[in-house]
Design a protein around this ligand. Sequence first.
Ligand code: CMC
Length: 429
Amino acid sequence: MTKQKAKLTIGDKVFEFPILDGTVGPSVIDIRSLYAQTGLFTYDPGFTSTAACDSSITYIDGDKGELLYRGYPIDQLADDSHFLEVCFLLLYGNLPNASELEEFETRVTRHTMMHEQMHQLYHGFRRDAHPMAIVCGVVGAMAAFYHDSTDISDPEQREIASIRMIAKMPTIAANAYKYSIGQPFVYPRNDLNYAENFLHMCFSVPTEDYKIDPILSKAMDRIFTLHADHEQNASTSTVRLAGSSDANPFACIAAGVACLWGPAHGGANEAALNMLREIGTVDNIPEYVARAKDKNDPFRLMGFGHRVYKSYDPRAKVMQESAKEVLELMGVSNNPTLQVARELEKIALEDPYFVERKLYPNVDFYSGIILNAIGFPTSMFTAIFALSRTVGWIAQWKEMIGDKQKKIGRPRQLYDGSTYRDYVAIDKR
Ligand code: CMC
């Protein structure tokens, strides 16, 4: 929908560009004809002012601290829904009715086993390989096992690939964990729900079933739900960019996993807990806070700050409640790491440096604390984020593939290297 025009004056020429409105949130200046009209590009490293696509999946209001999946607020979904229902919502646009949900859950559940030969892939990795390295490799390798779902021009194949990825990600991540601790892989169980099944595959052994506490499976389900999508973040944009070349969906999701691994993004949950352990005791906090404020020190408080949320991270709020329940259940609510976490949160919320820059604890600050209490090693945290975000990546990828305006993503640059120069023979340099 066009509202009014934006005018750009360069010298004595005036150029006009349409302003497009969404249903909510900032409007955008449509500059698709900018280069053709003016011979100029826009310059926006980090995309701080650039909308790269239109999307109807997830909405974030960073000032209000609001996150909506298809219009529904994240706190309601975390409390009243469950992960597979949220997957349906993200993929198809609306909440399912009872029979749609049953059919969807059955379909996902029936795809949770991985091709038996894929187990051998794991044995090619060192036992101390990071689970994210394994997950990235195994997801990419799915294209070599599921040839009947790599043709992106066929909607049926796109659908099967989507279901396969959502269904198999817990198995892929759990196997990465089992491999790292030298235990046999545990096959999925179709009588368990998505979160229970993941806990089962991670913590059961052939000699003894893991007893799943409902508080822990609910906390796990909430972690999946809260991480399920987050509009055009770095890994989702990576998936879209990879998909824009018509690459197969498994390759695109593997690209998303790789991007998520970085500590500024999904890797922050692992980095945050490692940081809390490094700080060690409450007495050491002032030293670390001083380092975080020192511009000559690259250290940052991991789990604090967000590009979009500038009042609070609504996911962190839900996660904080979950953390309380889980820690009480596990009887660890007073261990030294948690004391550091609580005190650090308090100091950062009062310190003018953090208040002025609107640096609040984000989702990753609390998720690590919960995952640690459940029994996961820090190296698994980002893999769990990846399995939760897979549905969001897929929903965004499907939306893009179905978009008639889809074009290969191809940013331009401001070149500041050498201008033309002739090659110089080696003896003349
Ligand atoms: N500790 C100390 N100072 C910080 C922090 C932090 N965690 N985050 C931002 N700042 C400062 C930064 O130095 C800058 O100060 P100044 O204006 O004086 O130069 C100001 O705050 C703005 O920072 P920025 O780097 O321009 O902000 P950004 O929007 O580019 O970065 C961020 C956002 C999330 C990458 C960043 O806050 C950060 O590195 N946080 C720690 C890592 C983290 O927790 N990431 C998880 C994000 S949530 C989940 C996800 O997306 O995966």
